[in-house]
Write a protein that binds this ligand. Structure first.
Ligand SMILES: [Zn+2]
Length: 479
């Protein structure tokens, strides 16, 4: 029997602040263990946390970006549990009043888009990291508290996804949205971004959801998708055999490619949430609201759609250019100089992004300015310079950041359409290559291409190819 798959996702994103959520310790990744710590983040008794304003405003920015309802006032709660990487024995989180609720994010599905509802967005502190030695005879584990107290944003969806493809689209869209809003660096290998999935199955058309299985320990998007696929198979088998799926938390084992039982609903801890007495509530006044809202950008999917509809870009081009916010900004800035989206877009996609990749640089290190790339796109669409010369100008722009006009003048790249300049070159090419002439006479069209190559080489790329080809045809015709 076919069952309907129901998936909800939790996104955990470390916020891109310099310091931790309640203290001044650095959030930088990769320091020696326990060097970015102080009495506050290692949970010494008697210390007092102070809220990092920047972290709070980044959380608020995400709530606004996903069109959440934001309360006029919010506060933090204690979530009580013990784990060696949580030195306070409780985590400061939000339970009773989240930063945002009832929002949504649109994800691309089958060429269209689908709205995934966001249940809530809330701010909490990250835990430290337990390190288990790989030696099999080791009878200890180590704890690194550098990550303890790093601001962590949690975004919880409603169970609105209906298959692994939608979950994958959600994760990619979410990652891009968090990069666009500049709230997280989203380096998954550094743990900046983690996802957890909950999966259940139900009979098609059923109103009630089935028993939900939460999956933990998924460290990459690929692992989330694999775990979802595994769970769908496992739950389908249980249901088809007439069994009941237990509501439980399961751990994904990447090496085994399977989930294993971690704890059942009955074993779930009671976190004994209560309002955090050491922190005062936060008032989100009109001034803060306006300031944070002003920092919310258009989200990537909406921008891509606008590039297609307003600029007539093909879907693929719009996707590539809107993928990174700064590239999209660069593109729109360039259009102010030359309002030809297709031509400017081509230069950005085919020349700029390719050269950036080859040189291993990002857009901030890029020497040419948007107006200069636009100017080159404009020159290249006229017949003032030919395509190889335009490419050469672009490479020099990448090296020097000089204006294209200046480079063309300096390098003498302006092409000639003057037959008086081109004819002698054609005559020489024909005189030097009797075999090509013979080929032409025996009907081989490739002979013209060959002679073109000779002429362009002698002209060092500066001959207008259309004019050159016309003259070659004429001269061969006379023979
Ligand atoms: Zn600290």
């Amino acid at each position: 029997m076919e069952w309907e798959v129901v998936i909800g996702l939790e996104t955990h994103a470390e916020l891109a602040t310099r310091t931790k959520l309640w203290c001044d310790c650095s959030t930088e990744f990769g320091a020696a263990p326990n060097t970015h710590t102080c009495p506050i983040c290692v949970g010494m008794p008697g210390v007092l946390p102070v809220l990092n304003r920047k972290a709070f405003e980044l959380a608020l920015r995400v709530a606004f970006a996903f069109k959440c309802k934001v309360p006029p006032r919010t506060f933090f709660d204690r979530k009580n549990y013990y784990y060696p990487d949580l030195p306070k024995n409780y985590q400061i989180s939000q339970n009773y009043c989240n930063t945002g609720t009832e929002g949504h994010i649109d994800i691309p599905v089958n060429g269209g888009s689908k709205r995934v509802r966001i249940h809530n967005v809330h701010l909490e502190e990250d835990a430290g990291k337990n390190i288990h030695p790989e030696r099999s005879d080791a009878d200890y584990s180590l704890v690194d508290l550098n990550r303890a107290g790093v601001p962590l944003l949690e975004i919880v969806t409603e169970p609105d996804m209906r298959g692994p493809e939608e979950a994958q689209a959600f994760m990619e869209t979410m990652r891009r949205a968090l990069l666009y809003t500049e709230v997280s660096e989203c380096h998954m290998e550094q743990g900046h971004l983690r996802f957890e999935a909950s999966i259940s199955l139900r009979a098609p058309g059923a109103a009630e959801y089935g028993a939900r299985v939460e999956i933990k320990n998924v460290n990459s998007m690929k692992a989330v998708t694999s775990a979802i696929e595994y769970e769908i198979k496992r739950q389908t088998r249980i249901l088809n055999e007439g069994g009941k799926v237990a509501r439980e938390t399961r751990l994904w084992d990447d090496a085994a490619g399977a989930t294993g039982r971690m704890r059942s609903k009955e074993e779930a801890q009671d976190y004994r949430y209560f309002p955090e007495p050491d922190l005062i509530p936060v008032t989100i006044d009109d001034e803060m609201r306006a300031r944070v809202m002003a920092a919310v950008p258009e989200l990537p999917l909406a921008r891509k759609r606008r590039f297609i509809e307003a600029f007539g870009l093909p879907e693929y081009d719009a996707g590539v250019i809107s993928d990174d916010r700064r590239t999209a900004d660069f593109f729109e800035e360039a259009l102010k100089t030359y309002d030809n989206p297709k031509a400017v877009g081509n230069w950005i996609m085919n020349a700029m992004l390719r050269e950036m990749k080859q040189r291993g640089i990002g857009i901030v290190e890029l020497k040419p300015k948007p107006a200069q790339v636009a100017a080159l796109a404009k020159i290249a669409s006229s017949d003032r310079i030919n395509s190889p010369a335009a490419q050469k100008v672009f490479t020099i722009m990448m090296d020097t950041g000089d204006d294209p006009e200046e480079i063309i003048r300096r390098e003498g790249l302006e092409q000639t359409s003057d037959s008086g300049d081109i004819l002698p070159l054609v005559s020489k090419a024909i005189a030097d290559n009797p075999k090509a002439v013979a080929d032409f006479k025996s009907g081989k069209a490739s002979a013209v291409k060959f002679l073109m190559g000779q002429v362009m080489r002698m002209a060092r790329g500066k001959a207008n190819p259309q004019v050159a080809e016309k003259i070659i045809q004429e001269e061969l015709g006379k023979m």
